[in-house]
Write a protein that binds this ligand. Structure first.
Ligand code: ADP
Ligand code: MG
Length: 700
C-alpha cells in the first residue's frame, strides 16, 4: 500500500521514456511505487488451453497458425483481418489500430493466442486479443504462467505493463521493508512485503496469489484503521477504546433540559434518555474538555429532533459561561423550517433566542440576523447549508447538530465545524450506518442508537400493487380520506418530458384533483417551487386544509405530519430501498393505523419485485439499508467515495468487512497498548503516525 521507500521516477526503469510518463499519469501512476501498486484487475491462467471452438466458455487460450489475410475498409480506415486456426476451429482477428501486427502476423506463422471471441458475420471474431510468437518446439516463457491483466489506457498495453512491472520488481522490490508488524505477519502466516508485491503481479500459483491478496488487503485496512484510531485518540486526548462509553443512568439533566422535559406532553423513550445521558457525558465539564463527536442513529420517527433540542440546551446560554451558541443544520429548507418552528414552539418559552437562516433569507433581514449571530444575541440558529456561508460569523459556536447527515458531504460538515473553535458535533441519521462505514468513515466517532419508538406507534401496513390495479389503491385511500385522514402521493419525477409511461408529480396533482379525488383538496409540492410556496403548502397540509399532497421525494426527509397516514409511492421500482423506507417513515406518526402502497409497473421483472418485497418483509431500517447495500454494491455508499480517504487499491471494505474488523482490533490494540514498543520496532508505522493525517477532511 504505502511503499514509501520507492519514490523513484518511472524513467528509472529501462524502456520508460519521458513520452510514456503522461500515459502512466492517466492511470494515476506517478512513480515506481505507483507502478508497483497498480495491482492487476484480473489474472489469466495461461497454462490451461481453451480452444477457439470453446470461445463461449470465456477467454480463448490456444496455439494457432496464420492461414490467410485480408484487408477491410479503405484508405486510412483500412484494417487488417487475419485468419488463424487451431485444431478446433478457424477465427478472424481484426487488427484495429494495431498496424504493427501486419509485420508479425505473417502467413504460416505460429502463435500463442489469448482473447475474448464472439460470433459475428458468420465467423468467430475478436479485436481484443493478444499474441505471442511460438518458436518451433518450445513454448513461450509466459505461456505456462498466471499472468496479470491491468487496467489500461491508450498507449499502454498489458504486455508493456507486464514488462515494466517485472523490471520494477527486480530493480526495486527486493529487500523491501515490511509495513506490517512482524508479529502480525507471523501470527497470520502472511507474506513479507517484498514477496506479496511480487506475487500479486506474478503469482507462482493460485495459492500464492490468494496469500498475496490476503496480505495486501490486510495491510491496507490495518493502515486505514491506524489513521482512524489516531484521529480518535487525538480528539479525546486520552487513550481509550473507541467506540466507547456507556454512561450509567440516570443522568443529571441541566436545568434547561429539565424544564423542557417537564413541559413535554409525553415522556422520553428509553432510547432518547440513554442518548441524552451519553451526550451529557460527552459535553459535561467533568470529562477532560475534548469535543463531542457523536453519531445519533435512530429509525425514522424515533424522535431524534427532541434529542437534538435537548443537546442544544446543554450547549447554549446559561449552561455555558461564555454564552455558547448552537447550530442545527438540515438538508432541505422544508425540514429546516419545520425544525425552526418546533424550536420556536419548544425552546423560545425557555428563553432561547432562535433564528432561522437559509439561502432565501435576503437583504435587510439577513443582515440583522448575521449581526445578532456575531454579537451573540442569538442562542440557536436553525437552517440549511447557508449556516456556513462565508459571511456568517458566530460569536461562540459550541455545538453543531447535523440532521440527516448522509445528505451532507464531508466538506460541508467541515465547513460548518470551522465556524467554531472545535465545537461539539452531533450527527443524526435515520439511515443506519452499515457496519463497514461504522468501522471506517465514522470509525472515530461515538455512536448512540435509539432502538425504540415512541409508544403507541403501529407498524405501517405495506402493500405492493401493480400499476394496472391502481384504481383499487385510489379507492382504498379515498375511504381513508373520508374518515378524516390525509395522504401523500409520491412520484419519481417533477415533470415528465418524453417518457410517456411515467407519471409525474405535476400532471398527477392535476389528475388527482380533477378525476380521482374531486371532493378533496389536492396540492402539489416539489423542489422547484419557490420556498414561500412550499412553506405555505406544508403549513396548510399540516393544518389539514390540504388533504392530498402530490409530491416528489422532497418529503423524503424529516417531514412530520402525524395526521397523514396514507402513503402511495408510484413507480416504486424507481426508488432505492432506503429512500422508500424514508418515504414510508413519513406516515405512521400518529395513533391511527397507517398504510403504504408501493405501486409498480406491470412490466417489472421478478428481480425488481423481489427487491420491493424487501419492504413488505422489513420494517427495520437497518435491515433495509443492508439489503440496499447488497443490491447496489460497494461504490455507492454515501460517505465512502466522498470521503476521498479510502484510497484503497485492493481492499474492499464491504467485501472484506471481516478483515476490516480484525485490522481495527489490531490497530487499536497497538495504539492503545503497544505503542512505544511498536514505534521502536516499526519505522513505517512511526512515520505514518507522525505525519499529518492524509485525510484531514475527515476531521469530523
Ligand atoms: P426522527 O427521529 O425521524 O427525526 P422526529 O424527531 O421527527 O423523528 O419525531 C417524530 C415524532 O415523534 C414527532 O412528532 C415528535 O414530536 C414525536 N415524539 C418524539 N419523541 C416522542 C416521545 N418520547 N413520545 C411521543 N412522541 C414523541
Ligand atoms: Mg428527523
Amino acid at each position: 500500500m504505502l511503499l514509501r521507500a520507492i519514490n523513484a521516477p518511472l524513467t528509472a526503469i529501462r524502456g520508460i521514456g519521458p513520452a510514456l510518463v503522461p500515459k502512466f499519469a492517466r492511470l494515476g501512476i506517478q512513480n515506481i511505487a505507483g507502478l508497483l501498486c497498480h495491482y492487476p484487475r484480473d489474472w489469466e491462467d495461461r497454462s490451461k488451453t481453451v480452444p477457439i471452438a470453446d470461445f463461449r466458455r470465456g477467454q480463448v487460450c490456444t496455439e494457432v497458425t496464420v492461414v490467410a489475410r485480408d484487408w477491410i475498409g479503405y484508405g486510412r480506415m483500412k484494417t487488417l483481418k487475419v485468419f488463424v486456426e487451431d485444431e478446433s476451429a478457424r477465427a478472424a482477428l481484426v487488427c484495429f489500430n494495431r498496424p504493427w501486427l501486419e509485420k508479425q502476423l505473417v502467413q504460416g506463422g505460429r502463435f500463442r493466442l489469448w482473447g475474448r471471441f464472439y460470433y459475428k458475420y458468420g465467423e468467430i471474431q475478436s479485436s481484443a486479443f493478444e499474441i505471442e510468437p511460438l518458436t518451433e518446439g518450445q513454448s513461450s516463457g509466459d505461456g505456462n504462467r498466471v499472468l496479470p491483466v491491468y487496467s489500461l489506457t491508450a498507449g499502454l498495453t498489458n504486455a508493456m505493463l507486464r514488462r515494466f512491472v517485472s523490471r520494477a520488481l527486480d530493480q526495486f522490490a527486493v529487500g523491501l521493508e515490511n509495513e506490517l508488524p512482524g508479529s502480525i505477519i507471523a501470527r497470520d502466516n502472511l507474506l513479507s512485503k517484498a514477496a506479496a508485491i511480487k506475487a500479486i503481479h506474478f503469482p507462482a500459483s493460485d495459492a500464492e496469489l490468494e496469500l498475496a491478496k490476503k496480505t495486501l488487503i490486510y495491510e491496507e485496512l490495518f493502515y486505514l484503521e491506524i489513521m482512524v484510531g489516531k484521529r480518535a485518540l487525538e480528539r479525546k486526548g486520552v487513550q481509550t477504546s473507541v467506540p466507547t462509553t456507556h454512561y450509567p443512568l440516570p443522568t443529571i439533566h441541566s436545568p434547561l433540559q429539565q424544564r423542557l422535559i417537564e413541559r413535554l406532553p409525553f415522556s422520553l423513550t428509553k432510547g432518547q434518555q440513554e442518548a441524552i445521558a451519553e451526550i451529557n457525558g460527552d459535553m459535561g465539564d467533568t470529562r477532560n474538555g475534548y469535543a463531542m463527536a457523536r453519531l445519533l442513529q435512530g429509525d425514522v420517527g424515533s424522535g431524534k429532533t427532541l434529542v437534538a433540542f435537548l443537546t442544544m440546551l446543554r450547549a447554549v446560554g446559561a449552561s455555558s459561561p461564555d454564552g455558547g451558541q448552537a447550530a442545527l443544520m438540515a438538508p432541505t429548507e422544508l425540514l429546516a423550517r419545520q425544525h425552526a418552528e418546533n424550536a420556536a414552539r419548544l425552546l423560545e418559552p425557555l428563553g432561547m433566542r432562535i433564528a432561522f437562516l437559509t439561502g432565501n433569507i435576503k437583504a435587510a433581514g439577513r443582515k440583522d440576523l448575521l449581526r445578532h449571530l456575531a454579537s451573540g444575541e442569538i442562542d440557536i440558529v436553525v437552517g440549511t447549508h447557508a449556516l456556513f456561508s462565508r459571511d456568517v460569523e458566530y460569536k461562540n459556536l459550541r455545538l453543531v447538530v447535523v440532521d440527516e447527515q448522509h445528505r451532507f458531504g464531508v466538506t460541508q460538515r467541515s465547513l460548518i465545524m470551522a465556524k467554531g473553535d472545535a465545537p461539539h458535533l452531533l450527527m443524526m441519521s435515520a439511515t443506519p450506518i452499515p457496519r463497514t462505514l461504522a468501522l471506517t468513515v465514522f470509525g472515530d466517532m461515538d455512536v448512540s442508537v435509539i432502538r425504540d419508538m415512541p409508544p403507541g406507534r403501529k407498524p405501517v401496513k405495506t402493500h405492493l400493487a401493480r400499476e394496472s390495479g391502481e384504481r383499487r389503491v385510489y379507492d382504498f385511500v379515498r375511504g381513508k380520506l373520508e374518515s378524516g385522514s390525509q395522504a401523500y402521493f409520491v412520484y419519481p419525477l417533477i415533470e415528465n418530458g418524453d417518457e410517456m409511461d411515467l407519471k409525474d408529480a405535476v400532471s398527477m396533482a392535476e389528475r388527482l384533483a380533477n378525476e380521482v379525488f374531486p371532493q378533496f383538496s389536492v396540492a402539489l409540492i416539489h423542489s422547484k417551487l419557490d420556498e414561500e410556496e412550499k412553506r405555505r403548502t406544508m403549513d396548510r397540509f399540516r393544518k389539514g386544509e390540504i388533504t392530498v399532497l402530490a409530491a416528489t421525494s422532497v418529503v423524503e426527509v424529516g417531514v412530520d405530519v402525524p395526521n397523514a397516514n396514507c402513503m402511495v409511492i408510484e413507480h416504486a421500482e424507481r426508488f432505492g430501498l432506503s429512500a422508500l423506507h424514508q418515504l414510508r417513515g413519513r406516515v405512521g406518526r400518529g395513533q391511527e393505523q397507517a398504510f403504504c402502497f408501493l405501486v409498480y409497473s406491470d412490466e417489472l421483472t421478478e428481480d425488481g419485485k423481489a427487491r420491493l418485497r424487501v419492504m413488505l418483509e422489513n420494517t427495520d431500517g437497518f435491515v433495509i439499508a443492508e439489503e440496499d447495500l447488497k443490491l447496489r454494491g460497494p461504490g455507492q455508499i454515501a460517505g465512502i467515495e466522498q470521503s476521498g480517504y479510502l484510497s484503497l487499491g485492493i481492499a474492499d471494505p464491504i467485501r472484506d468487512v471481516e478483515t476490516l474488523a480484525k485490522a481495527r482490533t489490531d490497530a487499536f490494540f497497538i495504539l492503545e497498548n503497544d505503542r512505544s514498543l511498536l514505534l521502536a520496532d516499526n519505522r513505517i508505522i512511526a512515520r505514518v503516525l507522525e505525519e499529518a493525517a492524509p485525510f484531514g477532511e475527515v476531521a469530523l
